[in-house]
Design a protein around this ligand. Sequence first.
Ligand SMILES: Nc1ncnc2c1ncn2[C@@H]1O[C@H](COP(=O)(O)OP(=O)(O)OP(=O)(O)O)[C@@H](O)[C@H]1O
Length: 357
Amino acid sequence: MHDGSGRIVVQGLTKQFGQVTAVQNLSFTVEPGSVTGFLGPNGAGKTTTLRMLLGLVKPTSGTATINGQPFHRLGNPARVVGAVLEAQGFHPNRSARNHLRVYAAAMGVPDERAEQVLQLVGLDAAADRKAGGFSMGMKQRLALATALLGDPQVLVLDEPANGLDPEGIAWLRSFLQSFARSGRTVLVSSHLLAEIEQTVDQVVIISRGQTMYYGQLDDLRRQQQTRVLVRPADPHALVKALQEDGITEVESTPDGQLAVSGADSMRIADIALAAGVAVYGMQEEQLDLEQLFFRLTSGQFTAAQHNPYGQPPGGGWGPPAGGAPQQAYQAPTYQQPGYPQQNPQHPQQGTGWGGNA
Ligand SMILES: Nc1ncnc2c1ncn2[C@@H]1O[C@H](COP(=O)(O)OP(=O)(O)OP(=O)(O)O)[C@@H](O)[C@H]1O
């Protein structure tokens, strides 16, 4: 039997697809009464993690439990966890109401529950329309209604804001918050921080299958960092001098500048002067939350170098344990926020997966 806690615990979770490590030693806990955002760029391993949690993919190693049990041992899982991995899979000629009644019957819940969830998600006026004619946002609502049929204690949603208009997103936000405030558990994935920033209490940020940050969003906000943009005559010479001084968090920008973290402009100027490198300009830059998220998920470090947070909880982020990486300055990797780079190590592959849990 499960313990009824509503807690999700992911411990050392790893999934290898052939040569591709989709998820690597991921650990985090989602407590009831809160909304947890599961964030990462495309291909970071979010869906694979959720699929392992929902018993759809077998982990290579590690465990994922809900109420202290792996999904397949939950007994009547639809009563414990409602999940939406894809807002697809509706019979196009079936009305929303009939779709829900079919699922209600399969779960052993009465037809009235279909009416309740239609109202909960704001689809009651469209209940008799065919799902095939629904907009993406309406399909998201219908998928959510299906997940809610069993009145579950835990909600797991993969990119639920996809296709929702601003009003729909606002609605989803208040719905998830009130669901969590009633003592239940919500885990919601997204590749856009801004989309769920106002909804979530804590975040698990992953990149290339690894945890980059795990903790309260407010703590991350407090860690807004400053970096200095420097325009040196000889970038290589300055990077070398900075590294010799222990400053290794250096990125190149598309316009030929260096973005230096971990030192103020005065220290950088002193190092440049001592190294005989002329500097034509310097500017301090404050990173906002979106930029921090961006740096955490597509920064200059390779995943292997930047993996200090396989362990739970407590949050925090910073340079890798055991010292900063040696090769932080490489080919230009600076990206403008909003234009994430493709992960060359883990290219997205066409897969035939799908379907709701
Ligand atoms: N069945 C599979 N076979 C091979 N590779 C896979 C399979 N499923 C996922 N992958 C790979 O694992 C990595 C993580 O994919 P995943 O879909 O979990 O990421 P994601 O964070 O959910 O991305 P997105 O936001 O684009 O959905 C990707 O490189 C993907 O190509």
